[in-house]
Design a protein around this ligand. Structure first.
Ligand code: CU
Length: 284
């Protein structure tokens, strides 16, 4: 009887030991900060490597959320004190220009530097994009430039508009959300930048974008309960509501208004004018 108790105790101990160690193994998987993302680039040097992740399988024209991890090969750990900054650049045949982009932040996960870039155009045979990264690695300032490829979205739908406003300012308006549109009132989100010069694209604050989704294939009908896009200072993005009453192709007609309510781009949809010159396209 005593032996049996002893065996039983060992059995319990080994079970708890096994479950304990398997918990430890599972932990990093559960909290994997790049789970669900695609590693689209890995640039390896002797003492470090840079990994670039996105939700899609490649960088596309329009809004791209990008996550970057930098691994220190000496310690085999992802660094948390990189203070990383970045600068995208397109090298065209006759000139170079940058793209609207956010700052990189590792506030969400300290090993992942996250931000977004709005690419205005695709790479081609003679014109290419690169991204210059600046960061600290073990107290050393590192600057490195990596060429990246930017393609047109496969569905060919318009998700970014680069245009001249009636105020003679060049703007970039890009679709952010919903990523997976539903037959519902969707949270609608976009980013708005202006082009100060080839290298400088500040966020435009406190403007308004009116929202009028239509189905051109079905008598150009609209939908109820849309909400115009207004500026959110916390996210530096524009938020509104996008009402989609059925699946299919939608043209989201837009108008950009400045703080005084002057229309800078876009027109009302009427009987004689079926679409605005400022729009996004959706199909789901
Ligand atoms: Cu270009």
């Amino acid at each position: 009887m005593k032996t049996l108790k002893y065996i039983f105790a060992i059995a319990i101990l080994s079970i708890s030991f096994v479950s304990c160690s398997s918990d430890k193994d599972d932990d990093p998987i559960i909290s994997n900060p790049v789970e669900g993302l695609n590693k689209i680039y890995e640039f390896t040097e002797a003492d470090h490597s840079v990994e670039i992740y996105t939700e899609k399988t490649s960088l596309e024209v329009g809004y791209n959320e990008i996550s970057i991890r930098i691994k220190d090969m000496t310690s085999d750990k992802y660094i948390t004190n990189a203070e990383a900054t970045w600068m995208p650049m397109m090298h065209m045949e006759t000139m170079s220009h940058s793209a609207p982009h956010s700052m990189l932040s590792n506030a969400e996960h300290n090993t992942v530097y996250k931000g977004h870039i709005v690419f205005q155009m695709a790479s081609n045979a003679t014109e290419y994009w690169d991204v210059t990264l600046n960061y600290n690695l073990n107290g050393q300032a590192v600057t490195e430039t990596h060429e990246v490829s930017v393609i047109q979205p496969a569905d060919g739908l318009k998700k970014v508009q680069v245009f001249l406003g009636s105020d003679a300012v060049k703007y970039v308006l890009a679709y952010v959300n919903p990523k997976k549109p539903q037959v519902a009132i969707n949270d609608f989100q976009a980013v708005l930048y202006k082009m100060e010069d080839m290298m400088t694209y500040p966020v435009v604050e406190n403007y308004k974008v009116t929202v009028d989704p239509r189905m051109p294939g079905m008598g150009n009908h609209s939908s109820p309960n849309n909400q115009d896009l207004t500026y959110n200072a916390a996210t530096k993005m524009y938020n509104g509501k996008l009402s989609l009453t059925m699946t299919g192709y939608w043209k989201i007609n837009l108008k950009l208004l400045n703080e005084s309510g002057d229309v800078l781009k876009g027109e009302d949809v009427t009987e004689s004018n079926p679409e605005s010159s400022l729009y996004f396209e959706l199909e789901f």
